[in-house]
Design a protein around this ligand. Structure first.
Ligand code: GDP
Length: 432
């Protein structure tokens, strides 16, 4: 069965670790959206790997990794990541494929994004300013440049014309410096020499592989609440981080997705702007941030932290059709006397049990909590569900109840081995 692994909250849920953990059961790991704004941190036997664009499956020899057409690719970032992996002994040769239809992030996209964020002032979205949003804007506006376009060798063909037009727009927007389209084209030609062997019709590759009985894992970046259509717009990313994005972003039929696994922390975090009803501004929030090391893998920014928001995860269950949850970072909750779970929102005189679509209304929501007893024994590194303190089991059981999704995996530490796989649950069967 092919499985889609995605974030069920606001990103940074620990997807990298879960993808890495499940990869040995799959032949291919395929990333379907986003850019190098994602940051997956994976620890293997104490060694730290941070991946931005290349699927975390690359850490397993023999596994093919695909960057699909729904991803936007910054070639400098891609090659830097390939080189960094090589330096750590991970060879991607013959194992990394990039879709010929993926759009490219150009240097002018980065500049335009910095300008746009500055213009928004107070209302800034808190993007990573890596040009991802403007690259997607160009894609939708049908002036984007795709990986396969780089094959055009002419200095007077469609590629040169498109670059020239886009650079002219950039030069009008960024008044104080001028970019030369000829030098950008020359840089792209150089990149093409290195990129060409990796380029493929990845949809066709996946189709053939699936027909040959190979198992594919579809890897999402960011999270459901950051999805362009279903997230807390406008404080969202520019792509489809939800399960539907796997189909459009990789060119595979929706029926090829056998199961959907949502990754959710045992609490809540968010980076950047936008409403977050369970956010804590007190010592508890600080403790979650410090114990959970909640600082962005891509930018180092401190993450906003709060209690588990079951309304948001229940929403993610609906949007993605989640079959199972992987609850991560349970160990971060060790030692709290009590824990809170948000089961509904109070908004004025109303009690809401579903996420409102109106962002202003969502921002005005306050959480309605249930209080659960904490546990004092450490859960860190526990690999057997029965060995968790009974309060931790009760907490997980309640998360399952209020989200309506079984927790097939519980993560108790950053290492691959610090994981509980609940093989007795039917929802765990196809995953592992
Ligand atoms: P991703 O983008 O969803 O992969 O998430 P990040 O990599 O940005 O953040 C997850 C962080 O939490 C990484 O540093 C992981 O090593 C770490 N992590 C993952 N699972 C656990 C866990 O169960 N416990 C603890 N303490 N850390 C974890």
């Amino acid at each position: 069965m092919n499985v889609c692994v995605l974030g069920a909250q606001w990103g940074d849920e620990g997807k990298g670790k879960i993808v890495d953990l499940l990869t040995p059961r799959f032949s291919i790991v395929a990333r379907y959206q986003g850019g190098h704004n994602a940051g997956h941190t994976v620890y293997v036997s104490g060694r730290k790997f941070v991946l931005h664009l290349i699927p975390s499956g690359i850490l397993h020899p023999g596994v093919i990794c695909i960057i699909g057409s729904g991803v936007v690719v910054d070639l400098e970032a891609l090659f830097a990541e390939v080189d960094k992996l090589a330096g750590m002994g991970v060879d991607v040769t013959g194992r990394l494929l990039v879709s010929d239809r993926a759009h490219l992030i150009m240097p002018y996209h980065r500049e335009i994004e910095v300008l746009a964020e500055a213009r928004r002032g107070e209302r800034k979205i808190g993007t990573t300013s890596r040009g991802i949003g403007p690259a997607y804007e160009d894609k939708i506006a049908r002036r984007g440049i795709r990986v396969g376009d780089l094959a055009d060798p002419s200095n007077d063909g469609p590629l040169a014309h498109a670059i020239r037009e886009n650079v002219e727009v950039r030069n009008r927007l960024v008044g104080d410096t001028a970019m030369k389209w000829e030098s950008l084209l020359a840089d792209l030609r150089q990149h093409w020499t290195r990129l060409k062997p990796l380029v493929a019709d990845t949809s066709l590759h996946l189709d053939r592989a699936i027909k040959n009985g190979q198992r594919v894992m579809f890897e999402g970046a960011q999270g459901t609440l950051l999805d362009i259509d279903h997230g807390t717009y406008p404080f969202v990313t520019s792509s489809s981080a939800t399960a539907g994005g796997a189909s459009t972003g990789l060119g595979v039929g929706p029926k090829s997705i056998g199961a959907v696994l949502g990754v959710a922390k045992a609490y809540t975090t968010r980076v950047g702007g936008g409403p977050l009803p369970t956010e804590l501004f007190d010592a508890v929030g600080e403790r979650l941030r410090d114990t959970g090391q909640e600082y962005g893998a891509s930018t180092g920014r401190p993450r906003r932290c709060g209690w588990f928001d079951a309304v948001a995860v229940r929403y993610a269950a609906r949007i993605n059709g989640l079959d199972a949850l992987a609850i991560t970072k349970l160990d971060v909750l060790d030692g709290f006397d009590t824990l809170e779970i948000c089961t509904a929102y109070r908004c004025g005189n109303e009690v809401l049990t579903e996420m409102p679509g109106d962002t202003a209304q969502f921002a005005a929501c306050t959480p309605i909590y249930e209080t659960w007893p904490g546990w004092s024994e450490p859960t860190s590194g526990v690999t057997d569900y029965a060995r968790l303190p009974k309060e931790a089991r009760a907490y997980i059981a309640r998360l399952e109840e209020v989200t309506g999704v079984p927790a097939a995996i519980v993560s108790t530490g950053s290492d691959r081995d610090h994981t509980i796989i609940r093989r007795d649950l039917p929802s765990a069967k196809g995953l592992y």
